[in-house]
Structure formats: structure tokens, C-alpha cells
Design a binder for this molecule. Structure first.
Ligand SMILES: *Cc1c(COP(=O)(O)O)cnc(C)c1O
Length: 220
């Protein structure tokens, strides 16, 4: 599918929900994609991209950013505490903050670097043991802790369990966000971004629908 098609579907979903399409930001998730496909989307004028690994992003984006000014980079994958500094230096937004330790490190880097990425707190809405994200019951306290550190927390993010109805998880995330006074909702991927928009998504993270299927790696 082309970028234009996806953007048109986003606009239609937003209008259908009585929302201004300009309030929905499309993050083109370019992880593992061949460089040529990423360059093609940049050439079409798109400027918001997502990556799920700090190291992979460091290897490819500084050069692309030099050639295509104005790119905003979002980290959508898990963030380990030993990668917070390069992440704070490279990314404009981090969607995977899920514990106070990581938040504290980002607050320190904001002082050192004089810049701070916008933050989304990742919520493990399905309470899956193997998955990143704070539990729904932990979000109010994590929000308060991040605000006390003066971090620019924009909203909440979730990645629903693969086998479950995504809409239930999007609705839960919206409820947690409203309760904490957030307007940012990072939810919805290739298969369900229209559902997410109907439930209030402000940032949809779309990879394969834009770039095509990711080339499988041995690790899956
Ligand atoms: C890969 C990824 C996406 C994009 O997934 P698609 O199904 O290809 O759209 C979105 N969010 C996160 C956290 C991802 O890791």
C-alpha cells in the first residue's frame, strides 16, 4: 500500500469519528526495512518515523537525517537502562517508558544534553508476563513520578495481545489517559489503526502496511 493510501484511510477514520485528521500523527515504522523503501517514503515528503531498536536506529538515521532535514524519530520498542543516553540523544519521542528507573535516567540526560524527547508511558494492558509496559494499576503512580521529574510526558502507549480484541485495550488505554490528564494516545498498527483512531489515537504506528512485509530474520 502506498503512503497516500494509508494517509487517506487515516483521514477517513478520523472524520468518521468526528475528529480533525490533523490530530492523528502517522509514525512510519521503518525497522528492518531495506534502505531503499525508507528513502522512497522520505522522498514522498514523510517526516515522522519509528524504530524499535536504539542500535539499529543509530546505524541508519544520522545519515538519512543529514540528507532529509526535519525528520522526527520515535522509539517504539523497549528501552534498556544501558541505552537511555544514546536514545535521549537521537530520538524526538520515546514510547516505551515503563518504570521509574528509566524515567529518572531520562531526566538526568535531559539536564546533560539540554534536550528531552517527548515521553509516552507504555502500558501492558493485557498484563502479559513477557511483555514490556507498566501494569494499568501502576500508571497513576508512574505518571506522578515522571511529572515530578519535569519530564515532558505526552501520553500513553499500548501494544495489545495478538489474539485479543484490540478495541478493548485501546479503550482501556484511553480511560487511563483521561484519568491522568493526557491527550496523547500511541496505539494502532497496520492491522488496527482505524479502530485505534475511532477510540482516540493521536499517534498510530504503522510499519508493514506502508513499507511492505518485513524481511524475516532468524530471530523472527
Ligand atoms: C513493528 C512495530 C509496529 C508496526 O507494526 P506493523 O504491524 O508492521 O504496522 C508498531 N509498534 C511497535 C511497538 C512495533 O514494534
Amino acid at each position: 500500500m502506498t503512503l497516500d493510501t494509508i494517509q487517506a484511510r487515516i483521514d477517513t477514520a478520523a472524520r468518521g469519528a468526528g475528529r480533525d485528521p490533523a490530530t492523528v500523527h502517522l509514525i512510519a515504522v521503518s525497522k528492518v526495512q531495506p534502505l531503499g523503501r525508507v528513502e522512497a517514503v522520505l522522498t514522498q515528503g514523510h517526516r515522522i518515523f519509528g524504530e524499535n531498536k536504539v542500535q539499529e536506529a543509530e546505524g541508519k538515521w544520522p545519515d538519512l537525517q543529514a540528507r532529509f532535514p526535519g525528520v522526527a524519530l520515535h522509539l517504539v520498542g523497549p528501552l534498556q537502562s544501558n541505552k537511555t543516553k544514546p536514545a535521549a540523544a537521537l530520538f524526538d519521542a520515546i514510547h516505551s517508558v515503563d518504570r521509574e528507573k528509566i524515567a529518572r535516567r531520562l531526566a538526568t540526560h535531559a539536564q546533560e544534553l539540554g534536550r528531552a524527547p517527548e515521553i509516552f508511558l507504555q502500558v501492558n494492558t493485557g498484563e502479559e508476563p513477557q511483555k514490556a509496559g507498566a501494569l494499568p494499576s501502576e500508571i497513576d503512580a508512574l505518571t506522578a513520578a515522571c511529572r515530578a521529574m519535569d519530564l515532558p510526558v505526552r501520553g500513553l502507549m499500548c501494544l495489545p495481545p495478538a489474539e485479543e480484541e484490540a478495541a478493548l485495550h485501546f479503550a482501556l488505554l484511553a480511560k487511563l489517559a483521561e484519568r491522568n490528564g493526557f491527550t496523547g494516545l500511541s496505539m494502532g498498527m497496520s492491522g488496527d489503526f482505524e479502530t485505534a483512531i475511532a477510540l482516540g489515537a493521536t499517534h498510530v504506528r504503522v510499519g508493514s502496511a506502508i513499507f511492505g512485509a518485513r524481511v524475516p530474520t532468524p530471530a523472527g
